[in-house]
Design a protein around this ligand. Structure first.
Ligand SMILES: Nc1nc2c(ncn2[C@@H]2O[C@H](COP(=O)(O)OP(=O)(O)O)[C@@H](O)[C@H]2O)c(=O)[nH]1
Ligand SMILES: [Mg+2]
Length: 187
């Protein structure tokens, strides 16, 4: 059993060269700014770690949290607020392309706001995951604010996308389903 409460912030890096080299598995969290990534990390870890180590401003870094001395949770920079409003900015896009093609990610959680339509950026992220065969799950956030009909619509938007697993967050049962999801990528 992984003890998610045994967690610490390790480093932030704007390039693959600066990422840990100890070969521990990594689970990466992806999603637009404000989708609820930090909130999800804190729920998983049962503590407020993600806020305190949040990098300020426009710094686009991969933020590494070591969990139970066994694997990394990686908080990827939020996208969606670029200089031109739409489209992944090129620095960020190429960092994520390098990241996924490096094979570092044992799994990914793509966070989508249950009440919003998927953006171009969300779809670009999905394409990267599919191209590099990264196992991933979709986590619909803010489902406590959504009606049942909105949830149904959100799932349908995914259409034929291959995500094997879909979770609505925050689930009534708390963090357990999310932790199980993360653990499933570490087998
Ligand atoms: N109601 C509700 N609010 C949420 C949820 N997740 C995040 N939020 C709120 O959405 C805002 C952005 O969340 P944050 O975790 O900082 O997003 P990030 O930019 O993706 O890291 C904050 O005000 C959170 O309190 C959720 O599941 N339900
Ligand atoms: Mg955040």
């Amino acid at each position: 059993m992984i003890d998610f409460r045994k967690a610490k912030f390790v480093l932030s890096s704007a390039s693959l060269e600066g990422c840990p080299k100890d070969g521990k598995k990594e689970i990466v969290l992806l999603g637009r700014s404000n989708v609820g990534k930090s909130t999800l990390i804190n729920a998983l870890l049962g503590q407020g770690l993600a806020y305190s180590s949040k990098t300020a401003g426009k710094t686009k870094t991969l933020n590494y949290f070591l969990i139970d001395n066994s694997f990394y949770l990686v908080d990827a920079p939020g996208y969606g607020y670029t200089a031109y409003g739409t489209g992944l900015d090129t620095m960020f896009a190429s960092m994520m392309e390098d990241y996924f093609s490096s094979g570092r990610a044992a799994g990914a959680l793509l966070l989508l706001d249950v009440r919003r339509k998927m953006s171009e950026d969300d779809r670009a992220m999905l394409s990267l995951l599919e191209e590099d065969d990264v196992p991933y799950a979709v986590v619909f956030t803010k489902s406590d604010r959504a009606k049942q009909s909105e949830k149904a619509l959100a799932s349908r938007q995914l259409g034929d996308i291959k995500a094997t697993k879909i979770v609505f967050s925050p689930p009534k049962e708390g963090a357990a389903p999310l932790r199980a999801l993360v653990a499933s990528f570490l087998k």
